[in-house]
Design a protein around this ligand. Structure first.
Ligand SMILES: NC(=O)c1ccc[n+]([C@@H]2O[C@H](COP(=O)([O-])OP(=O)(O)OC[C@H]3O[C@@H](n4cnc5c(N)ncnc54)[C@H](O)[C@@H]3O)[C@@H](O)[C@H]2O)c1
Ligand SMILES: O=C(O)[C@H](O)COP(=O)(O)O
Length: 527
């Protein structure tokens, strides 16, 4: 019988499902050293957000086939290491949506009416009606940052409470915002006009510290901010200052940059101006049953040799088909991710061209993988092989699929062209041998480079000296170049330069590159 380790507290409904097919050991609160020692015995691991599944644990997990996250965020799992080890990672993208949205609404009302402090005061024997004067949310403006699943539910409920709605989400269509009665605006306007600001986007390199001292300066002194998304989106030190200086009126936080929140955090010292809860967004009976059942069913299926329906890293295909397509799926995800970073904003059309052997086989999953890659900048772990097409449709992305079976230089290749709010970009890729990925064209310029973690692309005039200038500029910022290639169509015309660099580009360097004479555009991407 297979063995499943449940290392965080999971609803019994999930344990019951697993017990039908496996021996289930529930061991919560294990120190990391202990987990590393015992994980080799297990075929499956079921967790929430408390267990950190590191590369060390994955390397020790020699039998592990699946990691099930009973919830949405897999930021506590080294998904790349799991993928390399062939371990399926599944989650429950929607099981706790309502719980998290209702928690945000509860936090908004709580900070408006001082529920938490008034409760504490009354329970301590007082009858203080003077110190807890509140404000109404009716007719106030709510700014929603991130209009996805949770943001949309918050919008519908807030509308019913008579609030005016603003939204900022660079990846959402006007059509979707209109459906939700939200006025789509830029972040600055949202910060300036909102009485309440609620955050519902993932933590990404774009959203990390998105709400910082500058953002607080733009807000009304009566503004209140709610974060039930992820710690790190708000700069906590800046928030403490903004509340101390009465730059804004209040905050309600469920998530923190470091969890558990440090005992001496300044956030604990702000009295009535702040409401804090210990990451309780998903903690409802209903959500915990939903996520436990959703994930336990997937673990059961994978242990029985069936596909998982919400795999974060591997599509829901039967093993034989999967084995053949896997390298192309990785290629498609990488190209999708790359073209979305080149596009740099909302994408309205994605043209997927399948060439060579990809055009003849059942390559629908390759289209889905391209969409998964495209949406991964916006949705992170929320997007998977099951929901990528639906998410794309909901976001108003029109997908055009074309097939050309005629062979070119490669057995199979994939071309993606993204048309969006900031222009059109295209990438082509192929496999060298059976597995090695190559980017073979960028924006119409032929190249031949493997995708790497950090890359820099420039579009420039093909003229003497320009490559040297870029090289020296990177050197002066201590950026190490691993490889470099130039592609051009005609001599002394336009050209692209593709550099693989060892580290992310330091802040400000992209601006310096743009200033070099002859450079028309420059992009930095992380794959
Ligand atoms: N507190 C909790 O216990 C709890 C529970 C569930 C989910 N969450 C968190 O809530 C957040 C939202 O979850 P969801 O299920 O609604 O996700 P979702 O993927 O459905 O929606 C996220 C939205 O954020 C948008 N977005 C991405 N980058 C953005 C940016 N730079 N600026 C503005 N918007 C951006 C996306 O386009 C998308 O519409 C996630 O961070 C998730 O981890 C927290
Ligand atoms: O990502 C999630 O699903 C939420 O943050 C909930 O986390 P939890 O399962 O640890 O409550």
């Amino acid at each position: 019988m297979p063995k499943v380790l449940v290392s965080d507290s999971i609803d019994q409904a999930g344990i019951d499902i697993l017990s039908q097919v496996a021996q289930v050991d529930v061991k919560t609160g294990l120190p990391a050293e202990e987990l590393v020692k015992i994980i080799s015995e297990y075929d499956a691991l079921m967790i929430r957000s408390s267990t950190r599944v590191t590369q060390e644990i994955i390397e020790a997990a020699v039998q592990l086939k699946i990691i099930g996250r009973a919830g949405v965020g897999v930021d506590n799992v080294d998904v790349a290491a799991a993928t390399r080890a062939g371990i399926v990672v599944v989650n429950s993208p929607e099981g706790n949506t309502i719980a998290a949205a209702e928690h945000a609404l509860a936090m908004m009302l709580s900070i408006s009416r001082h529920i938490a402090e008034a409760n504490q005061s009354t329970k301590s024997g007082k009858w203080d009606r003077k110190n807890f004067m509140g404000v109404e949310v009716y007719k106030k403006t709510l700014g929603i940052v991130g209009l996805g699943k949770i943001g949309s539910h918050v919008a519908a409920a807030a509308k019913a409470m008579g609030m005016k709605l603003l939204a900022f989400d660079p990846y959402i269509s006007q059509e979707r915002a209109d459906q939700l009665s939200c006025r789509l605006v830029d972040l600055e306007l949202l910060l300036q006009e909102s009485d309440y600001i609620t955050l519902h986007m993932p933590k990404t390199k774009e959203t990390y510290h998105m709400i910082d001292a500058k953002a607080f300066e733009m807000m009304k002194p009566t503004a209140r901010i709610i974060n039930c998304a992820r710690g790190g989106i708000i700069d906590e030190a800046a928030l403490v200052e903004a509340l101390k200086q009465n730059q804004i009126a209040g905050a309600a936080l469920d998530v923190f940059e470091n969890e558990p929140l440090e005992a001496d955090s300044g956030l604990r010292e702000l009295g009535q101006k702040i409401v804090l809860t210990p990451h309780l967004g998903a903690s409802t009976e209903e959500a915990q049953v939903n996520v436990a059942v959703d994930v336990a069913e997937q673990i059961r299926d994978v242990l029985l040799g069936l596909p998982a329906r919400s795999a974060v890293n591997i599509p829901g295909l039967y093993p034989d088909a999967l084995e053949k397509l896997k390298p192309y799926l990785q290629l498609a995800e990488t190209l999708g991710n790359l073209v979305s970073q080149l596009a740099g904003g909302r994408v309205d059309f994605l043209d997927v061209r399948l060439q060579g052997e990809l055009a003849t086989n059942n390559s629908q999953p390759v289209v889905v993988a391209s969409l998964k890659g495209l949406l991964s900048q916006a949705l992170r772990e929320r997007v998977n092989y099951v929901n990528a097409s639906i998410e794309a449709k909901e976001r108003g992305i029109h997908v055009i699929e074309t097939r050309d079976a005629a062979a070119n230089d490669y057995t199979g290749s994939l071309h993606l062209e993204a048309k969006g709010s900031l222009g059109t970009h295209s990438v082509t890729g192929a496999l060298l041998g059976d597995r090695e990925m190559r980017i073979t064209n960028i924006d119409g310029f032929p190249i031949n480079v493997p995708p790497t973690h950090h890359m820099l692309f420039t579009l420039h005039r093909d003229m003497p000296g320009i490559i040297g200038k870029i090289g020296s500029l990177l050197g002066s910022f201590n950026v190490n170049i691993a490889s470099m290639q130039v592609g051009r169509k005609i001599v002394r015309g336009e050209a692209v330069m593709v550099l693989s660099i060892d580290d992310p580009l330091p802040e400000g360097l992209l601006n310096e590159i743009m200033k070099v004479a002859g450079i028309r555009d420059a992009y930095t991407v992380t794959l």
